[in-house]
Write a protein that binds this ligand. Structure first.
Ligand code: F6R
Length: 617
C-alpha cells in the first residue's frame, strides 16, 4: 500500500508528480507529501495528513519549482497518520530524501543502533530509520549513493519499493524493490524518467517502462541508460523495457460520479474482454494457452487449492463450486494469510490457483512462494499485467478487466469468476464430465452473459430506490445457497467496506443456527433466490424471515411469482444456467452498496482505513 511516484527530467516536476499522486491515491490516502529540488539544490518539502487535495492546498503559496521530485500517498503502517509521519522523509544531514512503500520489519533494532550513534528522529516511521541508515552507511563507506542504498538494504528485513535522492545531486535517483511494485518510465533518449508504484502516473508521457523485479536496485541518471543490479549479489541485470498497453481513458472517470460506478457499468465489456479469443462458442472450443500448455497437469491434478484474499477469495469460493460441480476436481479455498502460516499439506500433484486483482497482495504472494517451494504448480488469475503475482506464478491467465481504481472490487470479481468458469468448462469437457452437447450449450449461454449483465444494469434506478429505504439500517444480512453463497459473502463485504454498515453473509440454511436471532423489523435481509438454486429451500428461508418481521430484498429470476408475494422488494435477474448466476446476482448487490454509501455521504472510491493494493501482510 502507499503510492510512490517521482520525476527526473527537463519539465517542471510538480504537476506531473501531483497528478501521479492523485492517480495512485487508491493505494492509500492517510497522508500525502512531495519533495522538489532544482539546480539550486534546495530542499522543498511539503507534506500533510489527509489527501492529495489537502497537499495541493498547502503548496498553493509555496515554491514548487524543480525538475526533480518525489511524491508519496500513505496508508499508515508505522505511526499514526499525522504530518510528521507523512513521507517524504529526510536524513539527519538534510541531504538525503526518501519515499517508501512497504514495511521495514527490523526498523526498531536499526533505530536503536542509530540513536546510539547520535541520530535523532522526527517521526515514528520505519522509513525515516531507513534513510538514516543509508546516510550512515554512505558516510561510513565513503561511497556513492547507489552503493550506500544497496549496502543498507542488505541489512533490512521487510518489504519495500523506495526512491531516494541526494539534494546535492539533482540528476540522479536510486530506486529499489523487494515485495512492493515499482515501475520506471523512460523518456526519449533518457532525457527524462518517471518513477511510480504502477504505470498510471506516466502513461501520457511515455510507453516505455521497466518493472523492477524483487531484490533489484536501479540507478537512474539523466542522459544515461538505467543501470540495474541485484541487491544481494551485486550482479548486473539487463533491464527489460516493455511497451505499455494502458490508455488514459481507462484510468479516468469518464463522466461517472465515482470509479466504482464506472467499473460496475464496465462489467459487460470487461467480461467480454475476458472471453475474447478464449470462448470460441461457435467453434465449440475454449482456448486458453496457459491451461492448454499445462493440460496434463490440470487433468491429473488430485486437488486444486485456491488461495486469495478478500473479494478474490470470494471469487475463489465460486471457483470451488464450479470446478467441483462441472469438472469434478476436489477444491479447497484458503485465505492466503492463513495458508502461508499454517503449515499446509501441499502435494506435487496439487495445483494451486492464486487469484488477485492487483497481483501485489503480500499474503497471496507469500502463499504462492510457499506452494512453489513445496513443488506445487501455481497458476495465477490476475488483472494487473506484469504484476508480482503474474510474474511469480508458473503460468496463468489475465482477467483483462482493465484498471480497477475504486477500492471496492467490482469488475475484478466478475472477471475472475469468468476465468474460473472457462477453466471449469474446459476441464469438465476434457475429463468427459460434460457431454459434447452440454458443453456446446454452456458455451452459448456463457457467450450471452455480457448482454445479460448489460440488461441487468437497467435495474439501477430501482436499486437506488431500495437503497434510499435502507440507507440508515445499522445491520444487514445477506443469504444465498450453493453458487450464490459466495455472492452473499461478497454482497456483505461490499456494503460494509464502503458504507460502514455492519453486514454478514451466510448460507441461507445456516440462518437458523444463530443469525435468525438477529432478525426483527429493523433488519434488512438480502436473499438470493434464483430459480434453479435450491429454490424451494430458499423460499422456506424467506418465509422464516418474514414470520419474524424481517425486511426482505430478494434477487430472483425474471418471471418469479412466488417470492414476489412474500418479499418486500424484488430485483429480477435474467434467466441463465445456475452455475453462471453469480455473474448476474452480484450486479444488483454492487449497486445496492454503491447507492447506500453515496446516500450516507461516504467516500465510495476511497473508504476509510482501506487501500486498493495490500502489499503488507
Ligand atoms: C474488496 C477488496 C479486497 C481485495 C483484497 C485482495 O472490495 O477489494 O478485499 O479483494 O484486498 O486484493 P487482490 O485481489 O488485489 O489480491
Amino acid at each position: 500500500m502507499c503510492g510512490i511516484t517521482g520525476y527526473l527530467g527537463f519539465r517542471e516536476a510538480y504537476p506531473i508528480v501531483i497528478n501521479g499522486l492523485q492517480r495512485l491515491e487508491y493505494r492509500g490516502y492517510d497522508s500525502a507529501g512531495i519533495v522538489l529540488t532544482s539546480s539550486d539544490k534546495k530542499l522543498k518539502l511539503y507534506k500533510t495528513k489527509g489527501k492529495v487535495s489537502d497537499l495541493k492546498e498547502i503548496v498553493k503559496t509555496k515554491d514548487i519549482t524543480g525538475n526533480l521530485a518525489l511524491g508519496h500517498t500513505r496508508w499508515a503502517t508505522h505511526g499514526i497518520p499525522n504530518d510528521e509521519n507523512s513521507h517524504p522523509h529526510v536524513s539527519n544531514s538534510g541531504r538525503l530524501v526518501i519515499v517508501h512503500n512497504g514495511i521495514i520489519e527490523n526498523y526498531d533494532t536499526i533505530k536503536k543502533e542509530l540513536i546510539k550513534r547520535g541520530y535523532t528522529f522526527q517521526s515514528d516511521t520505519d522509513t525515516e530509520v531507513l534513510i538514516n541508515l543509508i546516510e550512515e552507511v554512505q558516510i561510513k563507506n565513503n561511497c556513492k549513493l547507489g552503493k550506500a542504498v544497496q549496502l543498507a538494504l542488505t541489512n533490512v528485513v521487510g518489504a519495500y519499493a523506495i526512491a531516494v535522492y541526494d539534494i546535492n545531486k539533482p540528476d540522479e535517483v536510486i530506486v529499489a524493490r523487494l515485495g512492493s511494485p515499482l515501475a520506471i518510465g523512460i523518456g526519449e533518449n533518457n532525457s527524462e524518467f518517471f518513477i511510480a508504484s504502477d504505470a498510471s502516473p506516466f502513461i501520457e508521457f511515455t510507453r516505455d517502462a521497466i518493472y523492477l523485479d524483487d531484490e533489484e536496485l536501479a540507478i537512474i541518471k539523466l542522459g544515461k541508460k538505467i543501470r540495474v543490479r541485484k541487491i544481494n549479489d551485486d550482479s548486473i541485470v539487463k533491464p527489460n523495457i516493455q511497451e505499455l498497453k494502458l490508455n488514459l481513458e481507462q484510468i479516468e472517470k469518464g463522466g461517472y460520479d465515482h470509479f466504482m460506478l464506472k467499473e460496475i457499468y464496465e462489467q459487460p465489456s470487461a467480461i467480454f474482454d475476458t472471453f475474447r479469443g478464449r470462448l470460441l462458442a461457435d467453434q465449440g472450443i475454449i482456448k486458453m494457452g496457459s491451461v492448454d500448455n499445462n493440460i496434463t497437469k490440470f487433468l491429473n491434478a488430485k486437488r486444486i487449492i485456491i488461495v486469495a484474499c478478500g473479494t478474490s477469495w470470494h471469487a475463489g469460493l465460486v471457483g470451488e463450486y464450479l470446478l467441483e460441480d462441472i469438472a469434478r476436481i476436489p477444491v479447497e479455498v484458503e485465505y492466503a494469510s492463513e495458508f502461508r502460516y499454517r503449515n499446509p499439506i501441499i502435494n506435487k500433484d496439487d495445483i494451486v490457483i492464486a487469484i488477485s486483482q492487483s497481483g501485489e497482495t503480500a499474503d497471496t504472494l507469500a502463499a504462492i512462494k510457499l506452494a512453489k517451494s513445496n513443488g506445487a504448480f501455481v497458476f495465477g488469475i490476475c488483472n494487473v499485467v506484469g504484476s508480482s503475482i503474474a510474474r511469480e506464478t508458473n503460468s496463468g491467465a489475465y482477467t483483462h478487466a482493465g484498471p480497477e481504481i475504486g477500492v471496492a472490487s467490482t469488475k475484478a470479481f466478475t472477471t475472475q469468476i469468468t476465468v474460473l468458469t472457462l477453466i471449469a468448462l474446459k476441464l469438465g469437457h476434457l475429463k468427459g464430465e460434460l457431454s459434447n452437447s452440454k458443453f456446446h450449450n454452456y458455451l452459448q449461454i456463457m457467450k450471452s452473459i455480457p448482454s445479460k449483465v448489460e440488461k441487468l444494469l437497467t435495474v439501477s434506478a430501482k436499486v437506488e430506490k431500495i437503497a434510499a429505504i435502507y440507507k440508515d439500517a445499522p445491520n444487514c444480512l445477506y443469504l444465498g445457497r450453493g453458487y450464490n453463497f459466495p455472492v452473499a459473502l461478497e454482497g456483505a463485504l461490499k456494503l460494509k467496506e464502503i458504507s460502514y454498515i455492519h453486514a454478514e453473509g451466510y448460507p441461507a440454511a445456516e440462518m437458523k443456527h444463530g443469525p435468525i436471532a438477529l432478525i426483527d423489523e429493523s433488519m434488512p435481509v438480502v436473499v438470493i433466490a434464483t430459480k434453479k438454486g435450491h429454490y424451494e429451500k430458499v423460499v422456506s428461508n424467506i418465509q422464516e424471515i418474514k414470520s419474524r418481521n424481517g425486511r426482505i430484498i430478494a434477487i430472483v429470476t425474471e418471471g418469479d411469482t412466488i417470492v414476489k408475494e412474500i418479499a418486500d422488494h424484488v430485483i429480477e435477474i435474467p434467466e441463465t444456467e445456475e452455475a453462471f448466476t453469480p455473474l448476474l446476482t452480484t450486479i444488483p448487490l454492487q449497486l445496492l452498496s454503491y447507492y447506500i454509501a453515496v446516500m450516507r455521504g461516504c467516500n465510495v472510491d476511497q473508504p476509510r482505513n482501506l487501500a486498493k493494493s495490500v502489499t503488507v501482510e
